[in-house]
Design a protein around this ligand. Structure first.
Ligand code: ZN
Length: 253
């Protein structure tokens, strides 16, 4: 490399840094569209910035909704970043029905903050997204839970989480949102299967099931039961939001 080309490198770096800085300071929040977006850290490490302003990020981060499902007579803890209303409802709706897949990247930061509350540092968890039936996935072009799970693994690092899409959707079930609780339970009965050889990976592991919204808990219950039957030591359910209007009862659901 010539001396002349070496001199170009610092100015190129400066130009790139200014370009990134200018992009960050002029970008708008992906929810409120007003406040400027700032770079962020996870556990003290600088990460690529998400597009939520501090006010929206803090709004989405709280309150955490936790509780447990009883699955095969074992308590399966769930952690939801917030209630399925307001900002969460709008953002999840955009992801699922308006093709705004990039929002999964932004919301993965909310989950990364949330998992800091319950992940044990000495454990490497398997992170399994709730699958879509291939037909539904093809219609949408992506599975939002897979995108969220991949982004979350990148943020938390390989020591904390291992992305493993080991679940399959065996049945093309109708959307849950229009059904009653009993219909939801019947709807997802035997809806999931494990990929070939998955039981060996799951055996004795701590597993996190990732879904976008927890409503009646029927989907999470069915998937968790399958994982516990396959030998998982522990199953935790993690979602962005939990519906609160219909199911705002005791923490056991
Ligand atoms: Zn905002």
């Amino acid at each position: 490399m010539s001396t002349k080309s070496l001199k170009v490198i610092p100015s190129l770096c400066r130009w790139l840094a200014l370009k990134v800085l200018s992009e960050l300071t002029t970008s708008k929040c992906c929810f409120c569209l007003s406040a400027p977006v700032v770079a962020t850290t996870i556990s003290g490490t600088w990460r690529l910035p998400h597009r939520l302003c501090p006010a929206c990020f803090n709004k989405l981060r709280q309150p955490i909704l936790t509780g447990y499902l009883l699955v095969k007579e074992k308590p399966v803890s769930f952690f939801c970043a917030g209630a399925y209303e307001g900002a969460f409802q709008t953002l999840i709706h955009k992801i699922k029905y308006q093709g705004e897949a990039a929002l999964c990247f932004d919301l993965a930061y909310v989950l990364a903050e949330l998992t800091g509350d319950f992940l044990k540092p000495e454990i490497n968890y398997l992170l399994l997204p709730i699958p879509l039936h291939p037909k539904r996935r093809q219609e949408r072009g992506y599975n939002q839970c897979e995108l969220l799970a991949k982004a979350l693994c990148r943020l938390k690092g390989k020591a904390a989480l291992t992305y493993k899409p080991l679940l399959l959707r065996a049945k093309d079930t109708p959307p849950q949102h229009s059904l009653t609780r009993q219909e939801r339970i019947a709807n997802v009965k035997s809806a999931f299967a494990l990929k070939k050889g998955a039981a060996n990976t799951i055996q004795d592991r701590h597993v996190i099931l990732l879904d976008d919204v927890l409503t009646s808990g029927a989907t999470a219950h069915e998937a968790a039961a399958l994982l516990l039957s396959a030998g998982a030591r522990e199953v935790i359910v993690l979602t962005l939001a939990r519906t609160v209007k219909k199911w705002n009862g005791p923490s056991e659901i």
